[in-house]
Design a binder for this molecule. Structure first.
Ligand SMILES: NC(=O)c1ccc[n+]([C@@H]2O[C@H](COP(=O)([O-])OP(=O)(O)OC[C@H]3O[C@@H](n4cnc5c(N)ncnc54)[C@H](O)[C@@H]3O)[C@@H](O)[C@H]2O)c1
Length: 248
């Protein structure tokens, strides 16, 4: 297979990021799976399927490490066509005033500064190329509130402001920057939320007009499309993929 494009996915070790990385690889991208836990086995599976992928260990909160990762991608593959800034963590579910400073700071470091770090170095490279597509993972909780998740939800809202502003800043240079806002998607993160609060699953199923939780692959379809030429006139958009939960 001729590799035409290079993609980076952060938080690619499991859940939404892994599904997105698999989708990029299947679509013909040489895909870098970046995660705080080096996703070697996940990459081995993709490669065994006949596609191209590589694992990279990164903490997206570490600015210098992100700078080095993008430099490594460019020196190894020559360019970066698509980037999905997806790594994220949740804070323990508690009312806002009970969230500790440490929990707040780590959430901001990964969920907000992590996206900031990745965008900055991706954009610097894409400016040199004159093209590129970036998708940031926000959340349905980037457009509405959610109980007990103040720090996390605040970061997901800020990601949308960051996405829209950067989209304006770089549109004329051929770079498109969008966000995907997943609803409740059945991933290890969502399973953990439900494990801590078991009545949530029934509540979600009742509240979601689609009558079910989403699949990571359904987010991957949206991310791939946002990075494709079919989305060439879409910029600064927050694409909600949530089975309709935020329209009620
Ligand atoms: N699952 C949902 O219902 C849902 C809904 C809305 C938004 N999201 C968002 O989607 C993204 C992925 O969520 P998920 O459910 O797949 O989560 P997950 O917990 O299942 O997977 C997250 C991945 O990110 C990695 N990661 C964590 N911290 C990192 C760091 N500092 N640097 C690099 N990698 C790191 C983890 O190792 C893991 O592989 C997150 O940004 C999350 O906030 C998820």
């Amino acid at each position: 297979m001729t590799v035409q494009k290079i993609a980076l996915v952060t938080g690619a070790g499991m859940g939404i990021g892994l599904a997105c990385a698999e989708a990029f690889a299947r679509a013909g991208y040489m895909t870098v799976l970046a995660d705080i836990n080096e996703p070697k086995e996940q990459v081995a599976k993709i490669v065994a399927g006949g596609y191209r992928a590589v694992a990279y260990r990164i903490d997206v909160a570490d600015t210098q490490a992100v700078n080095e990762m993008i430099a490594w991608i460019v020196s190894t593959y020559g360019r970066l066509d698509a980037a999905h800034n997806n790594a994220g963590i949740q804070t323990p579910q508690r009312p806002m005033a009970e969230i500790t400073d440490d929990e707040f700071e780590r959430t901001v470091a990964v969920d907000l500064k992590g996206v900031w770090n990745c965008m900055r170095y991706e954009i610097l490279q894409m400016q040199k190329q004159g093209y590129g597509a970036i998708v940031n993972t926000s959340s349905a909780g980037g457009v509405v509130g959610f109980p007990g998740q103040a720090a996390y939800i605040a970061c997901k809202h800020v990601i949308l402001g960051l996405t829209k502003t950067a989209a304006i800043d770089y549109a004329a240079q051929g770079i498109r920057i969008n966000a995907v806002c997943p609803g409740v998607i059945r991933t290890p993160m969502a399973e953990e939320l439900i494990r801590r609060n078991p009545q949530l699953e029934e509540m979600f199923t009742k509240e979601i007009p689609a009558g079910r939780l989403g699949k990571s692959e359904e987010i991957a379809d949206a991310v791939l499309w946002l990075c494709s030429p079919q989305a060439s006139y879409i910029n600064g958009h927050a694409l909600v993929v949530d089975g309709g939960i935020t329209i009620k």
